[in-house]
Design a protein around this ligand. Structure first.
Ligand code: S3P
Length: 437
């Protein structure tokens, strides 16, 4: 366990203006697409968090020249779809599931062998969801016994397009297969059980690659095309904004504007869910930035009530449930989440980790296989464990706004995977948070 601990004094409110760092999902894809394109891709608003830096490091290790990052700017000199070179050793993806799953699709189509590995959390996460459909396309990938990393990917295989219905709603699996499809003979056609984030589809189009959208849940690409480098402007991450949306909603006196937030309709479930609970969130100045919808979000304190969360919103808010659970703990009445079993295989088991932490703070939280029931009530202070999960750590930090006493959160170093500067941003807007090593 990493010794970094957050200590947050109780009470206060969030006020002012804040631009949180760039979107993690889009930042990963910006490096991948930029490296595989022909020509130069200039990226602004890149997230300089450890997960995206792992993706950047992998492409550097495979011969792509990448300048920066420097204050969010990265210049990627594309090598073309067939221009990558064998790396000198295994590619370490750290804590990042997105890097590992999307890269396995790209690497399955290369002429050389690669090994993908990661930290203790990532090497426990399920990878058969990508290796099985990739094998159907003709890829050769060995996993550890339980279908986990390290992944040994054999190059030089001939890939063929498949028609594949995803068993789980996962943008990572969809994206992995679409990327492998760029190297396959014929069409690769993916059907999702429910819409998930569509950044890969948008980026394919932005880089000039033909994508057939057969419905809002069905897409196809054919191999043999080319990507052309393009400038990208990455919006602030709605997933990082979520902690502040919840914090300002639960803390009386709050009035906060979050600037230039990505509000892609496949990502905005947190806004819908909080509004159903009674939150006061306004979208100001909606606009497009680099092919993605963006707005400034004004959030003011409002009394929240418990709800039954509509299951169709789950994939649209999949990373925001730790923060939403804090909103539920501060709401009047009961909140019920179902249809969210995927939360058990994220950076931690987020259902168990949040249930344990809420219970430690005196809130009634009953975990289920695919969700949780939370009864809103007073939060005490206490000590909780983030299990090395960035989003669990930041969610409990925000909870202190409504706690009776200080909250101590253990094992917080991984906050840097998605939100470098979280402590400074939280302090600047009103949270009494300190880091202890
Ligand atoms: C992501 C997709 C989601 C999400 C992850 C990022 C992406 O995972 O949880 O943080 O960038 O495609 P799943 O697609 O596995 O749900």
């Amino acid at each position: 366990m990493n010794p970094l601990t957050f200590t947050v004094a109780p009470g206060g409110c969030l006020r002012g203006r804040l631009r949180v760092p760039g979107d993690k999902s889009i930042s990963h894809r910006a490096i991948m697409f930029g490296a595989l394109a022909e020509g130069v891709t200039t990226v602004d608003g890149f997230l300089e968090g450890e997960d995206c830096l792992a993706t950047l490091g992998a492409f550097r290790a495979m011969g792509a020249r990448i300048d920066g990052p420097e204050r969010g700017r990265v210049v990627v000199h594309g090598v073309g779809l067939h221009g990558l070179r064998a790396p000198a050793g295994p590619l370490d993806m750290g804590n990042s599931g997105t890097s590992m799953r999307l890269l396995s699709g790209i690497l399955a189509g290369q002429a050389f062998d690669t090994v993908l590995t990661g930290d203790a959390s990532l090497t426990r996460r399920p990878m058969r969801r990508v290796t099985e459909p990739l094998a159907r396309m003709g890829a050769k990938i060995e996993t550890a016994e339980r279908g986990t990393a390290p992944l040994r990917i054999c190059g030089g295989q001939r890939l063929t397009g498949i028609d594949y219905a995803l068993p789980v709603a996962s943008a990572q699996v969809k994206s992995c297969l679409l990327l492998a499809g760029l190297y396959a003979e014929g069409a690769t056609r993916i059907t999702e059980p429910a819409p998930t984030r569509d950044h890969t589809e948008r980026m394919l189009e932005g880089f000039g690659y033909p994508l057939r959208r057969e419905s809002d849940r069905m897409f196809a690409v054919a191999g043999g095309g080319r990507l052309v480098g393009t400038p990208l402007d990455i919006p602030a991450d709605i997933s990082s904004s979520a902690f502040f949306l919840v914090g300002a909603s639960i803390a009386p006196g709050s009035n906060l504007v979050l600037e230039h937030v990505g509000v892609n309709p496949t990502r905005d479930g947190v806004i819908s869910i909080l509004r159903l609970m009674g939150a006061d969130i306004e979208l100001l100045n909606p606009r497009l930035a680099g092919g993605e919808p963006v707005a400034d979000l004004r959030v003011r304190h409002a009394p929240l009530r418990g709800i039954r969360i509509p299951e169709e919103l789950v994939p649209l808010a999949i990373d925001e449930f730790p923060a939403i659970f804090i909103a539920a703990a501060c709401a009047e009445g009961e909140t019920l989440l179902t249809g969210a079993g995927e939360l058990r295989v994220k950076e931690s088991d987020r259902i168990q980790a949040m249930a344990d932490g809420l219970t430690a703070l005196g809130v009634s939280a009953e975990p289920a296989a695919d969700g949780m029931t939370i009864r809103g009530g007073a939060l005490s202070g206490g000590t909780v464990d983030s299990h090395g999960d960035h989003r669990i750590a930041m969610s409990f930090a925000i909870a202190a706004l409504r706690a009776g006493d200080a909250i101590r959160i253990r094992d917080c170093a991984n906050v840097n995977t998605s939100f470098p500067g979280f402590v400074a941003s939280a302090r600047a807007t009103g949270l009494a948070i300190r880091e202890l090593n």
